[in-house]
Write a protein that binds this ligand. Structure first.
Ligand code: AMP
Ligand code: MG
Length: 345
């Protein structure tokens, strides 16, 4: 199959209509959102959603998130929005947040992996919203990467993974936040964060008295409630070692580790902040931005993880961030990318 890439703006009705036509006829199309690029198909069509799993090589027990463009479309997804979800909807939607709610019986089991709940999100990206609107159905869309690989934040990264697997990629430029949506379980007595994202715990605590984090995000032996969180994910080709600790200690720790691995004859790549890279004076580096700007680091993160894939490197050392705010999402992705190979400093 030929994979076409069309550059689009939100006003570009012709291209978005073409994509919507493909969705309506049961095909899979990649499109930009304000988190990462999504791989979309009709969320009410079993066959169409099966194509998403095939294109990604995604395990069938890992459910998909349904994307809606309006409150009216919620009725196609769930019969009853828990009050907690209504509160999140009015505070943060459209935006980078997914609510887990009871599913309507008409939602195929292929979407939910057989669960009685479903993830629903209202993206803010105007291209995504128009695509959903013109398709007339909730669009099931995971990130547009091969399972286990870093999520794509540009059309070029989508193409690298999806070439020959899907008919169309809408290229709307770089995705905004660069990390996937915050997933919040709205079926318990208090909101539980199953996956951290750009809607942060601190932001949720402004509207809820109590917010929990799925224990599996911080403890090794717990089983995560979001099935997708149990898989190795975001992994670059070379093994990655993550450094966790205060930012003042990063330069010393990375310089020491660089020396050690080089001493063992290994070719080292380093992903770090502008501050550390400037002081390190080393060549094989990816600068993920200033350690004073976590949002910039989030938006560069997956490009950083992809950067060394075509370089001659044996091992990647990565500087960790704080776990405050969107830092929790950054560290969650880096920990997964490292396969829990973490050095605490
Ligand atoms: P992706 O869209 O590829 O970024 O992944 C979607 C994430 O949402 C995966 O980790 C899924 O396991 C999770 N997810 C989707 N639906 C549910 C659900 N009903 N309950 C818990 N987690 C879910
Ligand atoms: Mg994904």
């Amino acid at each position: 199959m030929e994979t076409e890439i069309i550059k689009v703006t939100p006003e570009d009705n012709e291209a978005i209509e073409k994509a919507a036509g493909l969705i309506k006829s049961g095909e899979v199309v990649a499109f930009p959102t304000e988190t990462v690029y999504g791989l979309g198909a009709n969320g009410l069509d079993t066959q169409a959603s099966a194509k998403i799993y095939r294109a990604k090589g995604r395990p069938s027990d890992n459910p998909l998130i349904l994307h809606i463009d309006s409150v009216e479309m919620l009725s196609m997804v769930t019969k009853k929005m828990p009050p907690m979800a209504v509160k999140i909807l009015s505070a943060f939607c459209p935006g980078p947040v997914t609510m887990i709610v009871p599913k309507k019986e008409t939602i195929p089991d292929t979407i939910t992996g057989g669960l009685s709940t479903v993830g629903v999100r209202m993206p803010a990206n105007p291209i995504a919203r128009k695509l959903i609107n013109l398709s007339g159905v909730p669009i099931a869309a995971p990130s547009a990467n091969i399972s286990g690989r870093p999520s794509p934040t540009t059309a070029a990264s989508v193409y690298r993974d999806m070439k020959g697997r899907i008919p169309l990629i809408l290229d709307g430029g770089a995705a905004g936040f660069g990390v996937e949506s915050t997933i919040i379980d709205c079926t318990e007595e208090v909101p539980v964060i199953l996956r951290p994202g750009a809607v942060t715990k601190e932001m949720l605590e402004e509207i809820f008295a109590e917010v929990r984090i799925d224990p599996a995000l911080t403890k090794k032996d717990e089983i995560p409630k979001a099935p997708g969180m149990k898989y190795r994910h975001y992994a670059p080709k070379a093994p990655l070692v993550l450094f966790e600790g205060k930012k003042e200690a990063m330069l010393g720790a990375l310089a020491k580790a660089l020396k050690k691995y080089q001493g063992e004859g290994q070719k080292v790549g380093i992903i770090a902040s502008s501050e550390v890279i400037k002081a390190l004076a080393y060549d094989a580096v990816y600068d993920y931005g200033s350690n004073k700007n976590l949002y910039a680091i989030a938006s560069n993160l997956y490009n950083a993880l992809l950067y060394f894939d075509d370089k001659d490197i044996d091992i990647i050392l990565a500087e960790g961030t704080t776990q405050k705010g969107i830092g929790l999402a950054i560290m969650n992705r880096l920990k997964k990318a490292s396969g829990q190979n973490i050095i605490k400093i």
